[in-house]
Design a protein around this ligand. Structure first.
Ligand code: CA2
Length: 146
């Protein structure tokens, strides 16, 4: 398969805590368990993926900057950086490959500050509120962009 067919799946800060805290908002699955589901769908869709998580804004920016050489699309849950990071927004625009923004929770039904996403204006689209399914829908959307 050509290099460009790969999808990079990025997770932002604190998502490594999934399944261990706040299950009422984010469910009981750990990030490892979610990643297994994403890998299973990738196999079904016959697409190569690479899933990463970082608590560091700079590391996420570095990964996005390096993505165009190896990946044709990005699925990103920027987590709290959604609401603060101009750097991630700029990196996505600079990368010039399609990015799909995903959120497990419906960010529009929660606190006021979560209603604004800096990433949304740089993304092809956004999927929010479907728990782990948001990632699966996001991967399907990203594959259609390849
Ligand atoms: O709904 C989402 O996927 C979010 O991106 C999750 C972020 C939140 O800041 C966004 O507004 C919406 C939070 C990720 C942190 O996840 C935790 C999981 C367990 C315990 C604590 C945090």
């Amino acid at each position: 398969m050509a290099k460009k067919k790969k999808v990079l799946v990025l997770n932002g800060p604190n998502l490594n805590l999934l399944g261990k805290r706040q299950p009422e908002i984010y469910g009981r699955l750990t990030l490892d368990q979610i990643n297994k589901k994403i890998h299973a769908l990738a196999k079904e869709l016959r697409v190569e993926i690479d899933i990463r998580q970082s608590n560091s804004e700079g590391e996420l920016v570095d990964w996005i900057q390096a993505a165009p050489g190896n990946f044709g699309a990005i699925v990103i849950n920027p987590a709290a950086y959604t609401h603060s990071s101009v750097a991630i927004r700029d990196a996505i625009i600079a990368a010039g490959i399609p990015a799909v923004e995903v959120h497990m929770s419906n960010i529009y039904k929660r606190e006021e500050f979560r209603r604004h996403s800096y990433v949304a204006g740089a993304a092809v689209g956004q999927i929010a509120g479907f728990g782990v399914e948001s990632y699966l829908l996001g991967l399907r959307a990203a594959v259609r962009q390849l």
